[in-house]
Design a protein around this ligand. Structure first.
Ligand SMILES: Cc1cc2nc3c(=O)[nH]c(=O)nc-3n(C[C@H](O)[C@H](O)[C@H](O)COP(=O)(O)OP(=O)(O)OC[C@H]3O[C@@H](n4cnc5c(N)ncnc54)[C@H](O)[C@@H]3O)c2cc1C
Length: 275
């Protein structure tokens, strides 16, 4: 059984960091939807709800989302602050209405569960993470965070905000699951730019079926005629390059099944994006 040794509610980020540096065996609690599912361990909790991290600010064309902002609060802001329907779609399919009032965007980035709905979109939009540690404030791109053992990287740090450049993103966003609010084992998002009949660039992000979300800047479609045959070929090649890393995070879908679906889903995502 889990034993909570102490529950502290600091009212500033400075106090939180002081506590994190002084106290071993303490964890941050945000919305609690993940950490409160832990069944074992003995540790203290630092509740950051009073630290002023619940905000959405627009500064110089950038959206700054405080780590404690809830998924439901992001949905309240029109068109997710102008970022477009792909973001709204991802937020709306995050759990159900009650848990959306609990889940924070910061907790989701730190937990980085395979079913984190926003992961592919944060990769494609090149979001940045602002964190604080004993050396002060620092930023890291979400891409680098995903690449560099994210769960270890965040230890001893406080994620302060997520920063996204404000523009209307027209990414194609696919969440593959049995039902709309089920845990999804596979997410694919694509960002395709056309130049006449040719593809100028095709960026793809994949999550759910890899241990960490991954981003593919160029899948070999740049300058290629935009037709199904070329797209299918490139998506099969992409799949070949990552097939050994595919995992299944959902008991309802085997790894082999996910592996079969992935190249098809990627192809359809790009086909939809160009249609
Ligand atoms: C029934 C259910 C369905 C769900 N479905 C989905 C879904 O479809 N899609 C989806 O994206 N999510 C979904 N979630 C949410 C997801 O599984 C995680 O529970 C959630 O993202 C964690 O967010 P939280 O704010 O509750 O974090 P917490 O549980 O409080 O914390 C999670 C981890 O992050 C650390 N942490 C939190 N905030 C910070 C910070 N600011 N700085 C440093 N470390 C921090 C904590 O120490 C902990 O290790 C679902 C959850 C539930 C309960």
């Amino acid at each position: 059984m889990r034993k909570i040794l102490e529950y502290i509610v600091p009212d500033t980020t400075e106090k939180t960091l002081e506590l994190l540096s002084k106290l071993d065996n303490y964890k941050i609690i945000a919305g609690g939807s993940k950490i409160n599912q832990e069944k074992t361990g003995e540790y203290g909790l630092i509740d950051i709800r009073e630290c002023g991290l619940n905000y959405i600010k627009k500064i110089d064309g950038m959206l700054h989302i405080g780590a404690m902002t809830k998924i439901s609060e992001l949905l309240d802001s029109d068109d997710f602050c102008g970022l477009g329907q792909c973001f709204v779609k991802a937020l709306k399919s995050t759990g159900h209405a009650i848990v959306r009032n609990q889940i924070t965007i910061g907790g989701s980035v730190c937990a980085l569960t395979p079913w984190f709905n926003l992961a592919t979109l944060l990769l494609l939009s090149d979001a940045k993470l602002l964190y604080i540690d004993k050396n002060g404030e620092n930023t890291i791109s979400f891409k680098d965070y995903c690449k560099n053992l994210p769960r270890n990287l965040i230890k001893g740090k406080l994620l302060k905000e997520i920063i996204i450049s404000i523009k209307k993103y027209n990414f194609n966003y696919t969440r593959f699951s049995q039902t709309e609010v089920d845990y999804a084992p596979l997410y694919v998002a694509s960002d395709v730019v056309l130049s006449g009949n040719n593809i100028e660039s095709a960026k793809v992000a994949i999550s759910g079926c890899l241990s960490e979300p991954d981003f593919f800047e160029d899948i070999g479609l740049s300058g290629v005629e935009a037709n199904r045959e070329n797209i299918e070929k490139a998506c099969n090649k992409l799949h070949d390059s990552i097939k050994d890393r595919i995992i299944s995070s959902n008991v309802n879908f085997t790894k082999e099944y996910i592996s079969k679906i992935l190249p098809r889903l990627t192809t359809e995502s790009i086909m939809e994006a160009i249609s």
